[in-house]
Write a protein of this length. Sequence first.
Lengths: 115, 577, 101
Amino acid sequence: MIGSPQDHVDSVMLDELKEVMEDDFGILIDTFLSDSEIRLVDVKTAYDELNSKKLRESAHSLKGSCSNVGAAKLADICKHVEELGRVNKAEDAGQLIKDILSEFEVVRVILKEQV
Amino acid sequence: MLVFDAGQDPLKVLIADDNDSDRMILQAFVKKQGHIPINARDGQEAVELFESERPDIVLLDALMPVMDGFEAARVIKGLAGENMIPIIFLTSLQDADSLARCLDVGGDDFLSKPYNRVILQAKITAFNRMRLLHSTVQAQRDQIVLHNEQLMHEQEVAKKVFDNIAHPGCLQASNINYLVSPMAVFNGDVLLAARKPSGGMLVFLGDFTGHGLPAAIGAMPTSEIFYGMALKGFSMQDILKEINNKLKKILPVGVFCCGCMVDISFRKEIAEVWNGGLPDCFMYRAEDRDSEPMPSFHLPLGVLGGISFSAETHLYEMKHGDRIFLWSDGIHEEMDENEVMFGNERLMEVFEENQDPALVFDELQQAVRDFTGSTLQGDDHSIVEIQSVPEDGLIENVSGYAADYKSGPKDWQFTFRLGASSLKSFNPLPLMIHILMEVPGLRAHSGKIYTILSELFNNALEHGVMGLSSELKSSSAGFAEYYQKRQDFLQTLDDCFVEFELDHKPLECGGILKMVVRDSGKGFEYNNKTNVKKAALNKSETYCGRGIPLVKTLCRSVQHSEGGRAVEVVFEWRIEG
Amino acid sequence: MAIWSSQSQDGKELTIKIQGRFDFSAHQEFRDAYEETSEPPEQYVVDMKDTTYLDSSALGMLLLLRDHAGGDTANINIVNCNPDVKKILTISNFEQLFGIN
């Protein structure tokens, strides 16, 4: 783990979600994690195929849900990938995708701790 | 009526997002605010749920599988029709083009990711307020449309009722020219014309204050009284009093009727005029093309009640060929492009420049057209021209009464004697005509009977009881003097009478009506054998002006007796048609 | 069109001034001018110095004022009429109901 949890997930946002979701907070986290795993596969596949359009769309979608659970850093990396897709440079996304995968693991641990 | 209440009733909020966790979050936000979330995973599902659930507000993710948010928004707006369904786009798109596209397809606002609960709830509240305002406006608009339709319908019905009551009477007569809007009743103008049983003509032009139904309402009783009383032979003073009292009673303060009534006797070639509140009307004489104003001497009708009302009329000589012009103030108030009014002076110029009286009606309209630069629509004003003509030239319009010859009094007789105080203020003719018209089939002869009775009654009263000489009436000045004397005499009457003795016997197809009129006067020299027509032509003292030649033409016999204090006429009639 | 009203210090006289065209649009304002007095005045003055025109609904409004002021016992003077305004009042013979000069 690099740095404190606060660098990866916005704790204020998480607290608010806990308050609003009440008993469903655990389900939300589980849903987010399983959903994101599918989207991660989409992102990786798009890169493997060097499909810029698909890369842009899948990164955009992942970015949205990450931001909603407070995973700001992960959302930020997704945004860069989305941008590469937009300018048709899927081939340049290799390092960023590795970053996404490792950041996702960090987020997963932090979120799991919250439940 | 809708109660304007934002944030009380729970709203149905449709949430369309393909991302499960995002949708869960929105759903929780919406629930927390007390509203009911409806979930859709894509645009297609959103459209289907919109149709089945009819949500109040729609939250749409822009990018979704199957059908994206743009397409879904377009379809939903189409389905919503004129109802306001706010659509808030959920998006993390940032570029201006994408955001503009959201609005193009019918989106009302955006909510960006990450979702902020406070902002979303504020937006829902704000849009709900707008939605309620919209439906309030919509409901009011619908109400206005409905009211307007109702009003139009009511006006149509009112117009039909009005047309039945305020029928044109004898406005189609050849001696009348008029210009009046077909919907004049709703700008408060009323034009009525009736032949009198005596053969004369009564015309009334009225202009009620205001517009629309309130102005039309007063026109109804006015017409009803006018036609009802004119038919029975009431004098114009009686008719005016009755109309005034009725209007005073039914109209609110501040609503009244400016009007002018004219009673033309074609035979006597005089016009009796009452003007209350209309601009100067004109008598236009054919002989010297002189126009004499007939100004308003009275308050409008419906302002003062009871005895304060003055039905005093003015008499004008009106030879055959002379014309009377009546108008509401609309023609004076026609404006040119600089909002200068046409006015009375320009109106008088038309008369001054006229060469042929038959054209003046058209010239008046032309003058206004030239002045305003537009066509005289007849929407805001009424003009009527009445020409004096020989009575024979006018087609009798006393007809069309559904006659029932079977029931009613056929054999009867009565005596009706009026003393001094009755003679001062009471006109017995309408009452007697009313009774006579009960005789089955006699109504068709009401004009002749009225003429006979009225001639005999006037002779008995004016020459018999009052002893006035009809010589006076042969000059214009004497004419006025005569009527002034008659008026003065009437007030001093004492210990006198006029008596009617009426006797009716039925015949196979008609009847015989014997009428005796007796008075308390001095009587006069008569000779039943004199050729009455010749005597009249010679202006012999005994018969002159007594209307006897006319009566003679209408009756089987005319006999004077009792020293000239009684006259007996026999009127034989047959059922017509 | 504008309407002003002022009540004399002793409250006995109410003056109503009408500027411009006096027609139906003045309806409410004219009514307010005489209905919103602190105490009922004994006499009324309608000042038409700046009145350019009046129509029949204005005549109706004057009758409403007369009714408000006691009908037949009302004491109302219409003053400073220009010739056009005077003419309209004369045609309707309003001098029988109001003091006009």
